[in-house]
Every structure is written in structure tokens, then in C-alpha cells.
Design a protein around this ligand. Structure first.
Ligand SMILES: [Cu+2]
Length: 572
């Protein structure tokens, strides 16, 4: 039987980190801390704050679509330019300033040292620098809303030549600041990734082998590698775009021999792996949650791991499925159709493993488990509808319609919203030492997941009806005006407003529980990973005695995955 020994203190985790400061000031404890948990919280709270901005933006432009031309309460009239700026920054914020910081940086920082049993990241100061650059990037983005020519309205993909032109009110300052903000954000995540990879490889608890690493830690590490390997070309592209915007170069301007499709290649070479950069941590969250609340070990740990590697590799060979109608060689469309359909195989395999894990389990429907199960169901819809877009034949019809939007959000909302809520409800006791309220958690769950479907199923229908996206008021275009579809737009908008309102009970529950919630024991969910052997919340330095993982030769299961594997209860 696998077990942990707490009989001897280990000092293997030599992070060069001053572990026990006495009486730290507020500033050194919460603002300039190098403690991985504090940095994780900083990322979490910054991400939550940015989600409020991104959520307000979607409220404003969805109201415009449902009730075109009417003043939006709390915002005012949405002009064509404002509409473009709102959709652009909604997408940018939700991907780069919500999903990335919360899924990778907040969870990676908070969980990795705790789950592999060490006291902190290997490079704590690089870690702090990572957050500071991230914060700076968020401030630059917010500042870009208020400068001349801002906010940027060239879509989150920033396709040139539009994104590089002074007409359309895109430059002088709004567009370059948007590019600089995104580039800074990339730097922050490159720095963060260095820590996730090196810490996981070098600072694990004594006895924790490669196959003992919790699946979510693997997922964050692999996601960091994917990010590092994919972002380089886009960084180069971003600098070229910045030059086009500010120095009148013409890298992407076809009027002077530049190539706008080059940007599309650079963008999507990053953009598609980016899907997996956020998907993998979400899959990791779900794996941890369903194993605990089904009281079973993951059905096929190694399969999931190998599948993740395969997904990561294939994700570099699918990018041009975003460019089927951009004038690329039709023979290339066939190649990218094949690779795209291929990548659905490992992801489907992962979903099968998760379902097999649930089979025969004694399932407890606690709030984190509800969100994890909803992830599987909703993400499946996202995955299946992706096949229509990955196959070039059908994509020609669906391209740039609301079908694309609906598909994308059926993948991204499960990843960045539903899985993130599973993680917050699940690790909240460890983060703050208190429990969140179950009743309000369930209210929040149903109030989020039901309206979510009422937003995006109507958008699938709009897409199949050929409804083109990027139109701020259909009535202004006689050949696009479709009053018979207006009810679908209204349903989607009303559902969105309901879903946004149901985030209020979450926020109240979150902040009230932080200070007034029921005190959490070290391991309230009876989970088996190492973070639950530390006190709730863990002190600076995490463990009083560093955990040690060992397994006698007859033990074939993955340590940390069996209910009867409970180190701190055994008095050996
Ligand atoms: Cu893609």
C-alpha cells in the first residue's frame, strides 16, 4: 500500500527561499511576496477583476444585438466603433486576462508546490516578476481604452491590414497599446512557465516518480511547454504589427507588397495550441475533482498522460483550419482537415477515460463535482461541433457565422468558466481555510449552466441560418436584415443577463466565506493528493514536515489516488 512517512523532516527542496519571516508588513506579505500561494492569489483576484470588465462588455454588446439602437442601461448607445471595441476587448480579456491567469498562473502557482510536496517554486523572484509584468500588462490594456484611437476594435485576432490602419480609428495609440499589452502578458506567462516546469521536474517530494505526479500538475506543465513553443512566432509577428502601426512599415500591408495572410499564419500557429494551453489545465481540474467525488482513481492515468502529449504535438499541425477561406492552397485545406479531425481522437479518448472513471463510483454531487460533470457534458458539445468547422467542406458555409461563435464558446466557457468554478469550489478550503456555502454553490451552478445553453444554442441556430457575425445592427444592411431571427438574439441576450446575475451569489458566497465560512479541516473532501496534507490554509513554507511518497513493489496504483491512502492518519 502506498503511504507517506512524516517521521523524518526532509530539506530536499532547496529553493534558496527565505522561508520563515517574522512579522512581515502588509506590503511584503501581500504585494511583494515571493510566496507561491500569495502570487497565485494575486493572479486569481486580478483574473476575477478582469472577468468583471469582460463580462460587462459582453452585456453591452449583446444588449445592442437584441435591442439594436436602444441605449443600453449602464452603458449608453453602442455605435459601430464601440461595438467593435467591445467584442475585441471582451475576447482579448477573457482569453489573455481571465482564462490564462486563472487556469495556468493562479492554479499553477497555488497548486504545484503543494501538490508535489515542496515549499515554494524553484525561482521565487522570477515568479514575483511574472505577476508584476502581468499586472502591468493589464494596466496597459485598461489604459488603452482611454487613449486617442482607443479602445482597439480590430477583433481579438487583430487581422491586418485592418488592425494596422489609421482609418477605422484604430491607431494612433489604441491599437499599439493593445499589442504591447498582449506582448507583455506573453512575457509574464513565459516567466511563469519556467517555474512550473523546473519546479515540477526538480523539487518533488522524496519518492514521487514521474507517474506519481498529479494529473493537473502534468497538464499545467505541458500547457506551459505548448505556450513556450507556440508563442515565439506570434511575438515576432506582434512586433512587426507594431512597426506597421507606428513606423509605417508594410509587413502585412498588401498595397505595398506586404502579406496579411502571413499574420494569420503567425497568429494561428499560436492560436490553436493556445486552445490546449487552457484546455489541458481544465482537463486536469476535472480529473482531480471527479476522482475525489467518485471515490475512484483515474481509470487510465498513463493513457491520459500519453494522450496529452499526443494532443500537444498534433496541436502544432492544425492551425490553418482557421484559414480555409483565406485563399490558402486547397490541397493544404485537405491536409489541415485531416490533422484537425485527428486531434479530436485523443481528446475523445480523454473524455472516455473520465466517463470510465465515473463508472461504478460512489458519486457525491457536491458543487465542485457538479461543475466538473457539467464540463464533460458541455465540452462534448463544443468538441462535436468543432468537427463541422475542422472539415474544410462544411467550414466554407459556417465560416464567420454565429455557428463559429457558438462552437467556440461551447469549448471556452466550459474551460474558462465551468472548470474554473469547479477548481474554486474545490480548492477554496485549502486557499482560505474555510468552506464555501454548498446551497449557494448549487444555486450558482444551476444559474450558470442552464442559461449558458440558452445563450449559445440560439447562436448555433443563427449560425445555421447563415447569420454573419461582426454586424452591430442588422437593420442597417438590407440584405442582412433578418427580423424573423430577432427572437433568437433576444433569447440569447436575456439568458446572458440571467447568467451574469447568477454570478452575484457566487461573489457574495466567495467573499463572505473567505471571512465567515465554516472553518475547513486540512482535508475536507477526503482527497488523496499532497496539498491536503498541509494545514488549511498552508503556512509560508507549506509543510511542517515535508511529505514523502513511497510505494512498496506490490502497489501498482498511482499514489495519491486511493481512498485508503491516508498518510496523516497513520501513526507509523
Ligand atoms: Cu483552431
Amino acid at each position: 500500500m502506498a503511504n507517506l512517512s512524516s517521521s523524518e523532516a526532509l530539506s530536499h527542496s532547496d529553493s534558496g527561499h527565505d522561508t520563515h519571516h517574522e512579522k512581515m508588513s502588509f506590503w511584503s506579505k501581500y504585494v511583494f511576496s515571493t510566496d507561491h500561494k500569495v502570487i497565485g492569489m494575486q493572479y486569481l483576484f486580478t483574473g476575477m477583476f478582469m472577468a468583471l470588465i469582460g463580462g460587462f462588455m459582453v452585456y453591452a454588446f449583446r444588449m445592442q444585438l437584441a435591442f439594436p439602437g436602444e441605449a443600453v442601461p449602464g452603458f449608453g448607445n453602442v455605435s459601430a466603433g464601440a461595438y467593435n471595441a467591445l467584442v475585441t476587448n471582451h475576447g482579448t480579456i477573457m482569453i489573455f486576462w481571465v482564462a490564462m491567469p486563472v487556469l495556468i498562473a493562479a492554479l499553477g502557482n497555488f497548486l504545484i508546490p503543494l501538490m508535489i510536496g515542496c515549499d515554494d517554486m524553484v525561482f521565487p523572484k522570477i515568479n514575483r516578476l511574472s505577476y508584476q509584468i502581468f499586472l502591468l500588462s493589464a494596466l496597459v490594456l485598461i489604459a488603452s481604452f482611454f487613449v486617442p484611437g482607443g479602445p482597439f476594435g480590430g477583433a481579438w485576432t487583430a487581422y491586418p491590414p485592418l488592425s494596422a490602419q489609421a482609418k477605422f480609428n484604430l491607431t494612433p495609440l489604441g491599437a499599439p497599446m493593445w499589442v504591447i499589452a498582449v506582448a507583455l502578458e506573453f512575457v509574464a506567462f513565459l516567466l511563469g512557465g519556467i517555474n512550473f516546469i523546473t519546479t515540477t521536474m526538480n523539487a518533488r517530494a522524496k519518492g514521487m516518480k514521474m507517474y506519481d505526479i498529479p494529473i493537473i500538475v502534468w497538464m499545467i506543465v505541458i500547457a506551459s511547454i505548448l505556450f513556450m513553443a507556440s508563442v515565439g512566432p506570434l511575438m515576432a509577428g506582434a512586433i512587426m504589427l507594431l512597426f506597421d502601426q507606428t513606423l509605417s512599415t508594410n509587413f502585412f500591408n498588401p498595397e505595398y507588397g506586404g502579406d496579411p495572410v502571413l499574420w494569420q499564419h503567425l497568429f494561428w500557429f499560436f492560436g490553436h495550441p493556445e486552445v490546449y494551453v487552457v484546455l489541458l489545465p481544465a482537463m486536469g481540474i476535472v480529473a482531480e475533482v471527479i476522482t475525489v467525488f467518485a471515490r475512484k482513481k483515474l481509470f487510465a492515468y498513463k493513457t491520459v498522460l500519453y494522450t496529452t502529449f499526443a494532443t500537444g504535438v498534433i496541436s502544432f499541425f492544425v492551425w490553418a483550419h482557421h484559414q480555409f477561406i483565406s485563399g490558402i492552397d486547397p490541397r493544404m485545406a485537405n491536409v489541415f482537415t485531416i490533422t484537425t479531425l485527428l486531434i479530436s481522437v485523443p481528446i475523445a479518448e480523454m473524455l472516455f477515460v473520465y466517463i470510465a472513471t465515473l463508472y461504478g463510483g460512489s458519486i457525491q454531487f457536491k458543487t465542485p463535482m457538479l461543475f466538473a460533470l457539467a464540463f464533460l457534458a458541455e465540452f462534448l458539445i463544443g468538441g462535436v461541433t468543432g468537427i463541422h468547422l475542422g472539415a474544410s467542406g462544411t467550414d466554407i458555409y459556417f465560416h464567420d457565422t454565429y455557428f463559429v461563435l457558438a462552437h467556440f464558446h461551447y469549448t471556452f466557457v466550459p474551460i474558462a468558466i465551468i472548470a474554473v468554478f469547479a477548481a474554486i469550489y474545490y480548492w477554496f478550503p485549502k486557499m482560505f481555510g474555510r468552506m464555501m456555502n454548498e446551497f449557494w454553490g448549487k444555486v450558482h451552478f444551476w444559474g450558470t449552466v442552464i442559461p449558458f445553453n440558452f445563450i449559445f444554442i440560439p447562436l448555433f441556430m443563427l449560425g445555421m441560418a447563415g447569420q454573419h457575425r461582426r454586424i452591430y445592427n442588422y437593420n442597417h444592411f438590407p440584405d442582412l436584415a433578418t427580423p424573423e431571427l430577432q427572437n433568437l438574439r433576444i433569447i440569447a441576450t436575456v439568458a446572458l443577463v440571467i447568467m451574469l446575475l447568477f454570478q452575484i451569489p457566487f461573489l457574495v458566497n466567495f467573499f463572505v466565506s473567505m471571512f465567515k465560512g465554516k472553518k475547513a479541516e486540512a482535508n475536507p473532501w477526503k482527497a488523496n493528493t499532497l496539498e491536503w496534507t498541509a494545514p488549511s490554509p498552508p503556512p509560508h513554507g507549506n509543510f511542517k514536515v515535508f511529505p514523502e511518497v513511497y510505494r512498496p513493489p506490490y502497489e501498482y496504483s498511482v499514489p495519491g489516488r486511493k481512498e485508503d491512502y491516508w498518510p496523516q492518519d497513520s501513526k507509523d
